[in-house]
Design a protein around this ligand. Structure first.
Ligand code: NAD
Ligand code: UD1
Length: 337
């Protein structure tokens, strides 16, 4: 069984990817410092997969630890999820974000070079597109200036990877540009664990339905969209996890010094009000919400062109928005209020 190091593997997307990697016959080795996750996730992963997982609690900037992991396991590659991701916090503490998000990539690349590890999948984001001039966005749509230090870390990490692969170090890399990840594992054993008041739409919806928040505010209904609310491409986290399995398997068949980027979205945009309606319908409940002013820095509309990932990686999204809303709510119910 090929062993793959998953940095940030106890987090939201990493944990779901660990499940899908196991289902595909890989052996994920999880490295996480638990700065934004809970050790219980590891037990849950074992319940879902019916097997023990190798877990290292530590920082993926820690080169000594990385060398130890590589000594103990023959690694076929790395999927690098570990990063800080709170956009608002990144504007307050930019150095914290640059240090962790850029630093960890640099340490990992040096580690991979020294240990002869060839394959890397990197977590990027549709945030690199800003508000695109044309929709849907393809991978060749020009990137825009980042709106936040967090967004900039994704852009700079992509640039680092491009420059590094150009220097012919003998590696193969894919950056996956995620659109808006939502949903949870259908077993409701793992899901997103937002700390404090959520900024993202779906955790805010589920916490409002659970009574943790009084009311959801829809940020603006005067945008140039069919119902006036913003449009996003909401991708179920299980589909996103599957994209990592496909990306990793694809890398194995490429020549050395390969680099490419792929959008991971459904290819369909939904408005904020459509998301609320889907949530209400599939879960048969009413959500307390009101229309409020626009949120500063919000992008009006974005959704992915998925032709490239469909054709080259053979990946297609399978889950609907309704599936995402059902799974997000089932997960929220396990958290209590
Ligand atoms: P998450 O916070 O749930 O998971 C990240 C994990 O990395 C956490 O478990 C955290 O404890 C760990 N971590 C952070 N720094 C670490 C370090 N130095 N060493 C070891 N572990 C560390 O976030 P997520 O939503 O699963 O996101 C995963 C990746 O995808 C991130 O790189 C994020 O920027 C990117 N991304 C996320 C979204 C999203 O909306 N969730 C969208 C686009 C891109
Ligand atoms: C956020 C991040 C972005 C990241 C993306 C995908 C910010 C500023 N940006 O963007 O970097 O790449 O997630 O994970 O955080 N909404 C409401 N009410 C709420 C919350 C959200 O109406 O309480 C609306 C927003 O205005 C937006 C939509 O819902 O139109 C989605 O918001 P959110 O979940 O925060 O994601 P993004 O704005 O796409």
């Amino acid at each position: 069984m090929k062993k793959i190091l998953i940095t940030g593997g106890a987090g939201y997307i990493g944990s779901h990817t660990a499940v899908e990697l196991i289902n595909a016959g890989f052996d994920p080795i999880v490295l996480d410092d638990l700065s934004n996750s809970d050790e219980k996730v590891l037990d849950r992963l074992e319940e879902i997969s019916g097997r023990k997982l190798t877990f290292y609690k530590g920082d993926c900037n820690d080169r000594i630890l990385l060398d130890q992991i590589s000594f103990e396991h023959e690694l076929a590659g790395v999927i690098h999820f570990a990063a800080f991701k709170a956009v608002g916090e990144s504007t307050q503490f930019p150095l914290k974000y640059y240090k962790n998000n850029l630093g960890s990539l640099l340490v990992l690349l040096e580690f991979m070079k020294d240990q002869g590890i060839k394959d890397l999948v990197f977590s990027s984001s549709c945030t690199v597109y800003g508000q695109p001039d044309q929709l849907p966005v393809t991978e060749s749509t020009p990137r825009k200036e980042a709106e936040s230090p967090y967004g900039n870390t994704k852009k700079v990490c992509e640039d680092i990877l491009v420059d590094y692969v150009k220097s012919k170090p003998g590696i193969r890399v894919i950056s996956l540009r995620y659109f808006n990840p939502v949903g949870a594992h259908p077993s409701s054993k793992i899901g997103e664990l937002p700390l404090g008041v959520p900024n993202n739409l779906v955790p805010y919806i589920t916490q409002t339905a659970a009574g943790i928040r009084k009311k959801l505010t829809v940020f603006g209904d005067d945008y140039d969209t069919p119902d006036g609310t913003c449009i996003r491409d909401f991708i179920h986290v299980m589909d996103l996890a599957d994209a990592h399995v496909k990306a990793f398997s694809f890398l194995n068949h490429q020549e050395m010094d390969y680099y490419d980027v792929f959008n991971v979205g459904t290819g369909k945009g939904n408005t904020v009000l459509e998301v609320i309606q889907a949530f209400e319908k599939v879960n048969d409940l009413k959500l307390n919400y009101e229309i409020g002013p626009r949120r500063e820095g919000d992008i009006e509309k974005i959704w992915a062109d998925t032709k490239k990932i469909n054709e080259e990686l053979g990946w297609y999204s399978k889950y609907s928005l309704e599936d995402s809303m059902r799974d997000s709510w089932n997960w929220q119910k396990t958290l209590g209020n």
